[in-house]
Design a protein around this ligand. Structure first.
Ligand SMILES: Cc1cc2nc3c(=O)[nH]c(=O)nc-3n(C[C@H](O)[C@H](O)[C@H](O)COP(=O)(O)OP(=O)(O)OC[C@H]3O[C@@H](n4cnc5c(N)ncnc54)[C@H](O)[C@@H]3O)c2cc1C
Length: 264
């Protein structure tokens, strides 16, 4: 979103050993992936931030299937799938960020999330390292169901053999659907779609397209996007989110819930 202040302490562990030793020493932390769905406060963020280092950026095939690291970019994994004719996650095409962030958010489309294509997830927390079967995780729409104090280090994906051409065409179709999305600094959709509704349609019906607080405005193209014109503070974005929520509550009686994460 291109706003926010400074992070006081940032750690970039390169291995499981470094990661587990680090979290055993921290009382609290925030895990940052690609930051595409995260907005930091305007002041200094005093909460320690952990971003997985290059040792967690991996793609490999083992007995259980394809394993991708928590720090691997979604885009890199999609390129690998296209090159190796592996089908199943084309719906992630055009979504920025990392596999760790995508799993935590259960990123995807309105109907499909990455968790549908995962068999197990490797996590690290203060008690050590664990592997969770996805069948034991309660995930849902834009919610991977991952415990708050756990860090996703890698995951196995369930993919199907296909042809390069089919995988490419399917990815292009998803990219085509995104071609009319707003450009500029944004975090993608700001609110989750309430059951049976489209957050964007509700915001549009409330007449809020183009509504502005400081440098932040509701996109004229897609009302669930907030665009930073380059001058917005996090406080502008918070103010705009607050106004939108209040107007939707007053007009339709619906509570919008943020999909973006704002970190103090
Ligand atoms: C233009 C644009 C379009 C977008 N379109 C979509 C879309 O169509 N569908 C969709 O679902 N999303 C979309 N997004 C939102 C975002 O890109 C995705 O949710 C993405 O998966 C977030 O990944 P990230 O690595 O950037 O996560 P971050 O923003 O860094 O983090 C998001 C959350 O995941 C947690 N997290 C990150 N890494 C880990 C880890 N290793 N272990 C544990 N927790 C972790 C963070 O703590 C945070 O709570 C869009 C964003 C933009 C900017």
């Amino acid at each position: 979103m291109h706003c926010g202040g400074r992070i006081q302490r940032m750690f970039e562990p390169q291995s499981i050993e470094q990661l587990t030793s680090l979290i055993s020493e921290l009382d609290d932390f925030f895990v940052l992936g690609g930051g595409t769905n995260t907005i930091f406060c305007d002041d200094t963020c005093t909460r320690p931030v952990i971003r997985l280092g290059s040792g967690f950026d991996l793609i490999g095939i083992d007995k259980t299937g394809l394993r991708a690291g928590g720090a691997t970019a979604i885009k890199t994994l999609l390129s690998y799938c296209r090159e190796n004719a592996l089908s199943g996650i084309e719906f992630l095409s055009g979504i920025p960020g990392t596999i760790g962030g995508a799993l935590w958010m259960n990123a995807g489309t309105r109907d499909l999330g990455i968790m549908e294509r995962v068999s197990d997830i490797d996590l690290a927390d203060r008690t050590g390292v664990h592997t969770l079967k996805v069948s034991d995780i309660h995930y849902g729409y834009r919610n991977g169901g991952i415990p708050d104090d756990a860090i996703i280090t890698s995951a196995h994906l369930k993919l199907d053999s296909s042809s390069k051409q089919q995988v490419s065409q399917s990815m292009e179709r998803y990219m085509e659907k995104r071609s009319n999305q707003p450009r500029g600094y944004s975090s993608g959709s700001v609110f989750k779609n309430p059951t049976g509704h489209s957050a964007g349609m509700l915001i549009e019906k409330a007449g809020l397209k183009g509504y502005r607080v400081g440098g932040a405005s509701v996109s004229d193209i897609h009302a669930n996007f907030i665009i930073n014109d380059g001058t917005a503070s996090t406080s502008d974005i918070r103010g705009l989110i607050g106004t939108v929520k209040q107007r939707i509550k007053d007009q339709f009686g619906i509570d919008l819930i943020e999909e973006v994460r704002i970190i103090d």
